[in-house]
Write a new protein. Structure first.
Length: 297
């Protein structure tokens, strides 16, 4: 087990110690992990994950930390931050396919798409994710989800690099096989179309404009999934919870499915507000809200 004194064999990896999750997460709360590693190539990812496996070291993987609630007490596990593992390249076999490494930010990926005239991923505009986080969460907006452009996903599973077909990713609304099996997403081949730059720019602008109304401030985006046939935000609003506050955690006045950290909210306050919202909606509408956000443990 890695401890604060002994990092023998891990010196070659770039790391941050301790890793203050309140500074790295978009919700701006949570304690520290002992150490976070920043692998920057497939070889480094594989070397690090192989070493963890050999040492029986527990770990968790994060992208841009925009859909996670880290605990106040911190975590013992080592953290793998993918952000520096962030290249993209056109597929040499099929010109419309691109391979993207897990840590590439959506904004950087869209710039790559503009440079290479690739269309189909514009709906990722403004989602503050890495591609790995988006593949894990099946991120999307307005009925468009990343699953629809996935050709295959490359993962680390049982000590090996494997390539999964789209079907093997078991994508569904805000769901993927990765939420259930502990695979580490290394990257994906995405199926795009070749088009002209103006079309891509216009499409990106369309999605950017649609997001202009979203709440500003520290948040995790939408906290709850939409129950079938309902909007979670509307249910929360109708239950009279807009503006409801516990400590520094507040239900947004603009979009009731967002919880805003108004300053120094603790993860506990945010969790208590989530529980309060769930109980209220259950009591008033007999509908069980389910979290979209992931609790880091
Ligand atoms: C202001 C705001 C707006 C948002 N708008 C949207 C939106 O419109 N649509 C939408 O879908 N989401 C939205 N989100 C939520 C969030 O951006 C997405 O869920 C995104 O996909 C998370 O990506 P990430 O890189 O931040 O992942 P993280 O938050 O770092 O991680 C999310 C989960 O994925 C796991 N994970 C991350 N990378 C890997 C990997 N390489 N291998 C294995 N597991 C991994 C983590 O362990 C964690 O469980 C929004 C969030 C914010 C703050």
């Amino acid at each position: 087990m890695l401890d604060t004194k002994s990092y023998f064999g891990y010196e070659k990896f770039t790391y941050e110690r301790p890793f203050d999750m309140s500074k790295h997460s978009s919700i701006g709360c949570g304690g520290c992990a002992r150490i976070a590693f920043y692998p920057s190539s497939l070889q480094e990812m594989v070397d690090l994950l192989s070493k963890f496996r050999k040492d029986s070291q527990q770990f968790l993987v994060v992208g841009n930390m925009t859909n996670v609630l880290p605990p106040d007490e911190g975590i013992e596990k080592a953290v793998v931050c993918t952000k520096k593992f962030s290249g993209a390249q056109a597929d040499s076999q099929r010109s419309t396919n691109v391979f993207v490494e897990a840590g590439m930010a959506s904004g950087a990926f869209l710039r790559f798409c503009c440079d290479t005239r690739k269309s189909g991923a514009e709906f990722l505009e403004g989602i503050p994710c890495t591609i790995g986080g988006a593949l894990y969460m099946n991120a999307g907006v307005n009925g468009r989800y990343i699953a629809e452009i996935v050709d295959s996903v490359t993962v680390w599973r049982d000590g090996k690099v494997c390539i999964l077909s789209n079907a093997e990713c078991e994508y569904a609304y805000k769901n993927s096989v990765f939420m259930h099996n502990g695979d580490v997403i290394l990257g994906a081949t995405l199926r795009l179309r070749t088009t002209d730059i103006q079309t891509i720019d216009d499409e990106i602008k369309k999605y950017r404009d649609r997001r202009a109304h979203l709440p500003k401030g520290k948040s995790m985006g939408c906290v709850f999934k939409n129950p079938i046939g309902y909007s979670a935000g509307e249910l929360i609003e109708k239950a009279g919870l807009k503006g409801m506050r516990i400590g520094g955690a507040r239900v947004s006045d603009i979009h009731a499915n967002f919880i805003i950290n108004d300053g120094n909210a603790s993860a506990k306050e945010i969790k208590n507000l989530i529980t309060f919202i769930k109980n209220t909606v259950q009591a008033q509408y007999k509908i069980a809200l389910e979290e979209e956000i992931r609790y880091l443990t």
